[in-house]
Each structure stands twice: as C-alpha cells, then as structure tokens.
Ligand binder design. Structure first.
Ligand code: 475
Length: 790
C-alpha cells in the first residue's frame, strides 16, 4: 500500500496530472485528482496480482460479455481500499463536499439491466476472492440512453459518459488487433484460409477492478473499434474532406453505441459485427497471453476458462475452432474438444423473443468460414449422438443457443427454477443427450456495493453488532438474528431505514418536485420496463386502491408511496405506454386531496445503477411480480431483501430461493406458479373470466379504458386496457385478485411497526447466501476449475 497521504496525492495529481491550481479547480478536477490518487493505490495490487498469476502459472477465467453495467467506480474503489475516512477528512480540510465530488462521476452504463449488472458484480467478486480473471467487452462510446420524462412520456437522448476523461482506464495502443469481416475462403483439404474483405482494429482499454481490502485486482479489458488508417489522405488532398473521414467513422461505428434492448433480440448486421468484433479480439488476446508462457496448445483448457455471458459471444465456439484448426493445425475433432473444454455458457432468459438467431445469408456474408464450421460442428455432434436431430443450423438460421450449448462443456441457468425450466423447455432435447452439462448457479450481488457502500447506516449498525467479517463472508449476517429480540437493537435497525427514507425524501424534494412523507410505506418497483415484469399489474392495483380509498377514505388505510423507475427499449411501444400510464396516474392521484394522505405515485426518470443505490436502502417493500416462469432470476430482488425490504412476489426466478432463505412468513407470496401459468394460458378467455370474477379489477380496467387518467385524450390508454382484457399473455388479470389480497396483508403487516421491523431485519439476516462471492465459488468449482491465489 502507498505510504503517502491521500490528501497529498490528491493535491499532487491536481497540480501535475490535471494542471490545475487548487484555487481554480472545479468539482471535475477534484474528482479526477481523487480518482487518480485512488487509482495509484489500486495499480499496486493490480501488478502484484498479475505477477502472482504468472508465477503460479494459474488458470485464468475470461468472462466474455457484451455488457458490463459497472456504474460509478470511485466510491467502490474508496470503499474496497478502506479509504473512506481518510478521503472524507481530506476533503473536509480542503473545504470541499465529498459527496458532491463522488456524485460528479458519470455512471458507466455499458449495459442494459440484469445481465450487465451481474457481470459487474462478478468481476468485483472475482477480485475479492483472488481468482485470476479478465472481463472482456466493448468500450461503447455511448452507453445506455438517458431517459427523460416529458409530458409523461419517455424521451431518449444519447448518453455521453466519455465526454470527460474516464479516470479508471488505461489505453493500450500496443494492444491493437485486426478483426476482419466478409471476403473469401480458400479451402485446401479440410483446412481453409480466410481473407476478409474489410478489417477494423480492436484497441484495448484496461480498467483495474479491485476487490475487498485491495488484496487483489483483475482487469476489465474493453475493445474500441478503430480504423486501420486514420483517414484517406488522397481524398483529403482532393478536397473531399467528409469523404476522407468516412472510412474512419464507419470503423468506429462498431463500438459507437450499446444496443438498448433488454431481453429482446436485435436482428441487425451491426449487432452481429459487434459480437464477432469483441469475441474475436478477446480470443486472440487470450491465445497470445497463453503462447507467451506455453508452447503446447493442446493444454489450453488447463490454463483458460472462457465464460460466455448469454449467447452474445457464442461465435467464440466456431472462432476458437477456426484458430485451433485452420491456423494452428489441430485436427478438427481435437479443435472442437479443446474449445469445448475451455468454453461454458450462461443462459439468462427463456423468452423466445430473446433467443438469438441469425439468417444464414447475413451470417455467411459476414463470417463465411464460420458458417462452414458451424455445419461441421453440427455434423460432428450428430455423428456422436446419432439418434437425435438437433443442430445449430436449421430453417435458414444459425441458432446461437444451440451453438453455445453444443460448444460448451457446462451450460448454466441463473436460478434453480430457471435451470429446471431450461431442462424441460428450450434445451430439452440437448439436455437428454448431455445430462451432465446443465448446472445451476443462482445469481448473487456484491455486498460491498449493495450493502456496505450504498447503505452506510445499516452497514454501520451491522458492523457494530457482529463485527465486519460479514463484508466478504455474507452468511455471517445470520449473527444478527440473535439481536432481533433486543428492542433497542430493533429500534436502531428501524431508525436506519427511517433515516434512509428521510434522505431519499429530501432528494426527491430537491430533484423530483415532491418530497414524499417518510412515514408512508415506500413500495418500490425498479427494473427494465417489460410486459413480463408486469409494471402494469402494479399500476392497476394502484388505480384500484385509489378508487377504493375514494369510496371509503376513513377505513384506516396504510399510507403508501408507489415508486417506479425503469427504461423501456426505444422501440418497445407497449412498455412505453405503461410508462405513460404510470405518469398519468401519478398526476391525477397525487393531486387528489381525498386520497393524498394515503396514496402517492412517483416515476423517477433515468433509472441507473446510481439511482438504484439511492432507492434500495430506502425501500420498505420490494415488488417482484413477474409472471411465474418468465424472470430467469432477478438480482434486484436480492438487493432489496439484503437491505431490509421484504418482497411481495410470485414464485419466479430467485424469488423462490429468497423465500426459502428468509422464511415464508417474511415473504408476501401471491399468484400462479409456473405450471399454473402454462395451464391457465390454455383457458380461452382467461382474462375475461378473471375480470368478470373481480368487480374491483373490472372497475380499474374500465377506468384505464375510458381515459380517466388522460383527460381530454380519452383513448390514450385504451391499448393497455384492451391488452389486459384481451390477449393478456402475461396474465395480469388472472393474478390481480391474489395480488390485491396480499397487498392488503402487506398493509396490515406494515401498520405493525415492530412486527415489520422484525420482518425487515430477518430479511437482512437471512440473505447472506445471495452474495455473488457464493455464486462465483460455485462457478469456480463446478465450471471453471480455477482457484483462488489469496
Ligand atoms: C434476466 N438481457 C434476469 C439477469 O442473470 C437475470 C438480452 C438480450 C440482449 C441484451 N440484453 C439481454 C437479458 O437477457 C437479461 O438482462 N436477462 C436478465 O439476466 C442476470 O437476473 O432475470 O432477465
């Protein structure tokens, strides 16, 4: 560890790295100076980790992911290096507000949602556990769009996280790999030489990811697309200035923007190019590193484990076979075996619309050699498993799920329920052929960011009560159970939540135009907007509640604030309609003097990692209400439970396991099971029947239909009402009555302040299993065969 004082290093960086006089420095300058001072300390353990890995000739884990939703890194770094007190003090003596400086950092939103955030938690856990690892992805110039709400509607603007210098990355101009597309394949015997028609360079940018207590740091290497020539000098000299710059602009397009779709297939040529671009660059980098200290390529699987985060990097299968077979002379069968021993694949969703496939025309045009290799992989698989016919290529498509399965030695789901459904549905046939291949690794979240850092009041109380060993051994939270019967302790637990709520309320007052009363129940649903996640079920219940309170204002209602946040994919119109309905309902309901003491609604724009860090510690109730069988796992659900917000939820994804851990009496269960959902769908008129059976539901749907929340534009929400009353694929109507019933149980439970505090505290005490450290240990032992060097 560095011997110098943090404050001295901040001032040194301000002066010599940023060239700023302290008297004239802006928030940005101070933030950068602090970041560099922290980064210096990370670099030391980063180098040490690399040296140890080389010395031990250890197996490295390579996590290939199109998305890394890392958010801000400054506070994370400070917390993990245990520099918080020193940093605060330094800023105090400098007369600056520490929080303002920390919050000046833009959120690195290089991901859409759960899949990308999971990758970020995994990197942090890998470093905390001292497992040698690299994250590989794309350095998008523009991350996920910024969401504004104008007139109740989502408007998207580009996100510009790189408009200021990114403090954490190191550009590696020497790591520049050419990546080709299209062109010709010359076959000689069973091997081929591929001559691409066009090529771009992939340039590496490294960000160190430091683990708890700074004992280890791994690397996130993100690839940026660069033109091979900076510009066309001839055209420039002819005066064609725009045309001269065109090839450069085109090349950079590959890493320009993150696709804003979550759980939706983006069937675009550019997307396939992005996938091949970062996968090919990563594989070449991996082999280069291996070659630098080994000379027997057949031993690759002893030193290299490659995890495919969903099918987005699935081209790694044929690409690695191509590198080993065409370029390194391995036999085809050996190449496939070697590749498979290195590769494993995580599935994150069973939604049919999210399963990637590419038309063979497009695929063959961009990756002509790979198309042939896919066929040979299929043929070899069919030969080894002659009784069945299931293949990566079929019906004119290359199916990336099948390809990933066939090329991986392990395939995992992300919760017990989801893994079971993988075996029964999408991968049924392949599972029967390879009974050992599918394994479960239930997701987890890093407790450093999602408790220690985001909730200082609660984590302070926990450390006072049981010491701080829980931070990297989260099951120790169990030790809190013995404190729960202590009334003073429970008061302190409750007070931490109340203070978090008051803080959020103040922030809302300053930024959202109204400060919610912290004595209300903060009922929170924050996640991507999606039909299967059923934000419309929540808002429908809100409407029914509003109607009922109006009918009978003096019935002793438990005051609630319904908080929503989430982005909709720009082309997902139904999800956008739901956003508008929520905002329109908020406008009417919040202005109603009769119901106002008991019910408020807020939609907070631009949901991102930093906003989640604000909202989760202040939540009383966690809404996890997806149609059973649709949410692969969820990870927000874990963050809420850990921070003492009991769940109202369905038996879906990891909700099932959360309920098992926290105890069914501390979980508000409602709705159909995955099996019941499948059965219910075959009932014609299921929605109409449900509506006919529940007058409360009928009245709420009718209010939506007739435009109660869109005065002067009465058709505005009719589409949503028709959907719920008609096709209702996600069974909002059928689950409504039970949801309403259980919400009223929540009301009474919340009214009992002590009882609720107890339930919240038990959620915290029993959520230790949901640490991503536990998840990573599972991957290490069941899939990667790597080990910790700490
Ligand atoms: C699941 N994203 C959560 C989480 O395992 C689960 C798909 C296609 C293109 C771009 N992004 C996606 C996802 O599929 C995704 O985020 N899936 C989520 O992965 C981590 O907890 O239930 O919906």
């Amino acid at each position: 560890m560095s011997e110098t004082l943090l404050k001295d290093d901040i001032l040194r960086h301000l002066t010599y790295t940023l060239g700023k006089d302290p008297d004239h420095a802006q928030t940005y300058d101070w933030r950068m100076a602090l970041s560099f001072a922290v980064r210096d300390r990370i670099v030391e353990s980063w180098f040490a980790a690399t040296r140890k890995t080389y010395d031990a000739d250890a197996k490295r884990v390579y996590y290939l992911s199109m998305e890394f939703l890392i958010g801000r890194l400054l506070e994370d770094g400070i917390i993990n290096l245990r520099l918080l007190d020193e940093a605060r003090e330094a800023f105090e003596t400098l007369g600056l507000d520490f929080q303002t400086v920390v919050e000046d950092e833009p959120d690195a939103a290089l991901g859409n949602g759960g899949l990308g955030r999971l990758a970020a938690c995994f990197l942090e856990s890998l470093s905390t556990l001292g497992v040698p690892a690299y994250g590989y992805g794309i350095r998008y110039e523009h991350g996920l769009f910024k969401q504004g709400i104008v007139g109740g509607r989502q408007v998207e603007t580009p996100e510009t996280w790189l408009s200021q210098q990114h403090a954490w990355e190191f550009e590696r101009p020497e790591v520049r790999l050419p990546i080709g597309f299209g062109g010709k394949v010359k076959v000689t015997g069973e091997r081929a030489v591929w001559t691409p028609a066009e090529a771009v360079d992939a340039e590496g940018f490294d960000t160190p990811i430091v683990g708890w207590q700074g004992k280890w740091a791994n690397t996130l290497r993100l690839w940026s697309a660069k033109a091979q020539e900076p510009f066309d000098l001839n055209r420039f000299n002819e005066g064609a200035y725009a045309a001269a710059a065109e090839p450069e602009a085109l090349a950079r397009t590959i890493s320009r923007v993150l696709y804003p779709d979550d759980s939706t297939e983006a069937g675009k040529e550019l997307r396939l190019k992005q996938e091949y671009f970062f996968t090919a660059a990563s594989l070449r980098d991996i082999l280069r590193r291996y070659d630098s200290t080994h000379n027997d390529i057949t031993q690759l699987p002893k030193r290299v484990a490659i995890q495919l985060n969903d099918t987005h990097p699935a081209i790694a299968g044929p690409e690695l076979v191509r590198l080993l077979h065409d370029e390194r002379g391995m036999t085809f069968d050996d190449a496939v075996e070697t590749a498979r021993a290195c590769l494993s694949y995580t599935n994150h969703t069973l939604l049919p619309e999210a399963l990637e496939s590419w038309g063979e025309g497009l695929f063959g045009r961009l990756l002509p050699r790979h198309l042939t290799l896919v066929d040979r992989i299929d043929a070899a698989h069919a030969k080894a498993n002659p009784t069945r016919k299931v293949a990566a290529r079929g019906d004119g498509q290359v199916k990336m799920g099948e390809l990933s399965f066939i090329m991986a030695h392990k395939v995992n789901g992300v919760s017990a329920l989801h893994t079971g459904l993988m075996k029964e549905t999408v991968f049924e046939e392949l599972h029967r052929l390879h009974l050992e291949r599918i394994v479960n690794q239930t997701n987890g979240v890093t407790p450093r960011r999602w408790l220690l850092s985001c909730n200082p009041r609660l984590s302070g109380l926990i450390t006072e009560s049981i010491g701080d060993a829980w931070v990297d051994d989260l099951e120790q939270l169990k030790g809190l159970e013995s404190h729960i019967e202590d009334a003073a302790w429970l008061d302190a637990y409750h007070a931490a939540k109340q203070d978090n709520k008051a803080e959020l309320s103040n922030w809302m007052g300053q930024t959202q135009g109204f400060a919610a009363d912290p004595h209300m129940m903060f009922d929170v649903q924050i996640k991507r907007m999606h039909e299967y996640k059923r934000q419309h079920l929540n808002i429908l219940e809100t409407i029914a509640l509003w109607q009922e309170i109006r009918d009978n204002p003096n019935a002793g209602w438990t005051p609630r604030l319904k908080l929503f946040a989430g982005k909709a994919a720009p082309s997902y119109y139904f999800a956008k309609d739901i956003i508008r309905l929520i905002n329109d309902v908020a406008e009417i309901v919040n202005a109603d003097p009769v119901t106002s003491p008991y019910l408020k609604v807020a939609f907070i724009p631009n949901y991102n990692v930093s906003l989640a860090e604000k909202l989760i510690p202040a939540a009383d109730l966690s809404e996890q209400i997806s149609t059973a069988g649709k949410e692969a796992s969820g990870t927000g659900n874990m963050k809420f439970a850990l921070n003492g917000a009991p769940t109202i939820g369905t038996l879906d994804g990891a909700n099932v396991e959360i309920r098992e851990h926290v105890g069914e009496e501390n979980f508000f269960l409602f709705g159909m099971t995955a099996q019941e959902v499948m059965d219910r769908r075959s009932v014609a008129d299921h929605a109409a029947q449900a509506i006919a059976a529940d007058p409360r539901l009928a009245r709420a749907v009718e209010a939506v239909r007739k435009g109660t929340f869109a005065p002067g534009d009465t058709d505005r929400h009719a589409g949503i009402a028709y959907n719920i009353a008609g096709p209702d694929y996600f069974l909002v109507a059928s689950d409504f009555s039970d949801y309403w019933r259980v919400q009223r149980e929540v009301d009474s439970a919340f009214a009992d302040e002590k009882g609720w505090a107890r339930m919240a505290a038990l959620n915290t005490a029993r959520s230790g299993w949901f640490s991503s450290d536990r998840t990573i240990k599972g991957y290490v032992s069941d899939i990667w065969g790597a080990s910790s060097l700490l």
